[in-house]
Design a protein around this ligand. Structure first.
Ligand SMILES: O=P(O)(O)OC[C@H]1O[C@H](O[C@H]2O[C@H](CO)[C@@H](O)[C@H](O)[C@H]2O)[C@H](O)[C@@H](O)[C@@H]1O
Length: 364
């Protein structure tokens, strides 16, 4: 496999058998109980030109945009502040809409889903330096005391666990292709899906289930990773990460983006949210309000699941105007932390019974 640079974007070309092996896969596994989710393999998929199947677009959106704001939200004078304010009419701040959100959560259980990069940690040039602040860690820890909380990241599950460092959460790595969750009551009878689920123990020795729908791709992704390391070793500023079920090539210090190679299966962060809601027995729309906070295009799959199913709220973390399926917005990880802290204060007030969970502007 070669990595070439075309006008402004790199293109992965592949005259080798990897092309075939990362492509079409037959067999549509499903949980026969009907309670769980199908994972069909996508029908298309070539490495010849990643631009033709949207991969490059998806990966580009994982990085901060070059333009400060998008068409439709800018003014003739292209004033970013004005553009952002107009955009916020469509995606109001989750902080100023806090009462509305908690009103919708009355008599419901809130479930919290959090992306990592750009949501809990600020975007920085070196992915190894994307660290969470202690204040943020404490905010997430407190949220998890009151609400079932999961981290859903594009990074490997081990890496994101290492970065977050909180045992009390559920973790989904590789964009949801590697989920560690509670043991599932209904055992899938489909042998293909069954092979994706494995009982194991977590760091505390508790029995858990590992769900890895792209397990068959591990050795291939490792091969792609090693090929990319070799082919980019002379490109100054480039960095390759192995997330086990996908691999990222960072070229933001060469150009400014990151490109990711992952298996062509219909599994994404939206499917991971559905899976976790099922596994945690939180799929009852009438009684559960899931909130998903994330900052990039891969999080849009989760926003869509919540919006389309009228299940809950997606909150987009962005300091620039961009089209989204989220309901609300937060400007940056600092605002995410304020929102998480507000949820905790609200819940404590509610449990204390005092003000019926009512909060004033100063509390938020
Ligand atoms: O799903 P996420 O938790 O948001 O992970 C997505 C990608 O995050 C990382 O890259 C992003 O953050 C880096 C550190 O701030 C930044 O340098 C890069 O430009 C961003 O794209 C991670 O390194 C990627 O592998 C993940 O896919």
């Amino acid at each position: 496999m070669e990595m070439k640079s075309s006008s402004s974007s790199p293109v992965l070309t592949d005259p080798s058998p990897i092309n075939k092996r990362l492509g079409i896969h037959t067999g549509l596994p499903s949980f026969s109980s009907g309670k769980y989710i199908n994972i069909p393999r996508k029908k298309i998929g070539k490495l010849d030109d990643v631009r033709s199947n949207g991969w490059l677009d998806a990966m580009k959106s994982s990085s901060p945009p070059r333009k400060k704001f998008i068409k439709g939200f800018s003014t003739a004078a292209e004033d970013p502040d004005f553009a952002y304010c107009s955009w916020m009419l469509k995606y109001p701040s989750a902080l100023s809409s806090f009462e509305h959100i908690t009103h919708s959560a009355r008599n419901k259980k809130i479930a919290v889903f959090l992306d990592y990069d750009g949501t809990l940690s600020p975007i920085v040039d070196d992915p190894d330096q994307a660290l969470m602040s202690e204040e943020m860690r404490s905010a997430v820890r407190n949220v998890a005391k009151y609400f079932p909380t999961a981290i859903i990241s594009g990074r490997s599950r081990d890496k994101v666990y290492e970065l977050v460092g909180l045992r009390e959460l559920y973790y989904a790595g590789s964009h949801g292709m590697d989920i560690m969750g509670p043991t599932i009551q209904t055992v899938p009878t489909d042998h293909h899906l069954n092979s994706c689920v494995e009982s194991t123990t977590d760091q505390q020795g508790k029995e858990v289930n590992l769900f890895q729908p792209a397990r068959e791709f591990i050795s291939m992704i490792d091969e792609v990773f090693r090929t990319l390391v070799e082919n980019t070793k002379d490109i100054k500023g480039s960095k390759v990460e192995n997330h086990k079920f996908c691999t990222s090539v960072h070229y933001r210090n060469v150009d400014e983006k990151v490109l990711e190679v992952r298996p062509e299966i219909e599994w994404d962060k939206g499917k991971a949210v559905e899976f976790l809601l099922e596994s945690l027995d939180l799929s009852d729309v009438e009684n559960v309000l899931p909130i998903y906070i994330g900052d990039d295009r891969t999080d849009e799959d989760a926003f869509k699941v919540l919006r389309q199913g009228k299940r809950g709220y997606g909150i987009l973390v962005s300091s620039v105007a961009k089209e989204s399926s989220a309901f609300y917005s937060l400007r940056d990880p600092t605002e995410v932390m304020r929102f998480l802290n507000s949820l905790v204060v609200w819940k404590r007030l509610l449990e204390g019974g005092g003000s019926g969970g009512k909060m004033n502007r100063r509390t938020i």
